[in-house]
Design a protein around this ligand. Sequence first.
Ligand SMILES: Nc1ncnc2c1ncn2[C@@H]1O[C@H](COP(=O)(O)OP(=O)(O)OP(=O)(O)O)[C@@H](O)[C@H]1O
Ligand SMILES: Nc1nc2c(ncn2[C@@H]2O[C@H](COP(=O)(O)O)[C@@H](O)[C@H]2O)c(=O)[nH]1
Length: 198
Amino acid sequence: MSGPRPVVLSGPSGAGKSTLLKKLLKDYKGVFGFSVSHTTRDPRPGEVDGKDYHFTNREAMQEDIDTGEFIETDEFSGNLYGTSKCAVQDVRAKGLICILDVDIAGVRHIKETDLDPIYISIQPPSIEVLEERLRDRATETEEKIQSRLEAARIDMEECNEPGLFDIVIVNDDLDESYEKLQSVLKEEILKVQEGIKS
Ligand SMILES: Nc1ncnc2c1ncn2[C@@H]1O[C@H](COP(=O)(O)OP(=O)(O)OP(=O)(O)O)[C@@H](O)[C@H]1O
Ligand SMILES: Nc1nc2c(ncn2[C@@H]2O[C@H](COP(=O)(O)O)[C@@H](O)[C@H]2O)c(=O)[nH]1
């Protein structure tokens, strides 16, 4: 499919991916569109079905996986997550830059497809800061915090693997991270904005 290149945002849970992508979606209306993933986890307070995720159950999601409806799926912290072909097509059909928020296993799966996105890893300044952010967010049980921190340690190591990501942004100061993110995406943003003007 032609059009602007999609963008994959990855990084440990709690590093700040959703915070940054929500800023992009707000500041660049009509430029970006979010690929709404499926998940078997329960919605958090304020999350909207069909907007933040397609909330589903394991049986229904497994049926859809078996019929080939997903580009990639992964088990993360006791739940299934996945990007459906429709989620990406819906955004790309509108000519928008499609943003996917996936874990590092999802990145590796997407590398085996022809999607050709820009790969961006959002990292926390340290595991201690990440733990603090996860605790302050207050969305996880103690058990889930521990399993997310375990996954984070692996992610923080693997993100520097040569060729895996186009850029790794350490999200310490939010404004600085957002500046870096906009700068990496400048070319694709311009393509869409020029298209809108003409
Ligand atoms: N630069 C930052 N400085 C301080 N706090 C931050 C920063 N970036 C994000 N946060 C806060 O950290 C918490 C985790 O951020 P966020 O929910 O965006 O992470 P995430 O990477 O999307 O996590 P998940 O993968 O679990 O959805 C939030 O409470 C957010 O407000
Ligand atoms: N491989 C995939 N990973 C995904 C997808 N959607 C989200 N995620 C990742 O899951 C964790 C946890 O997310 P949370 O919303 O429960 O905090 C996080 O790392 C996301 O990036 C997906 O479709 N595929």
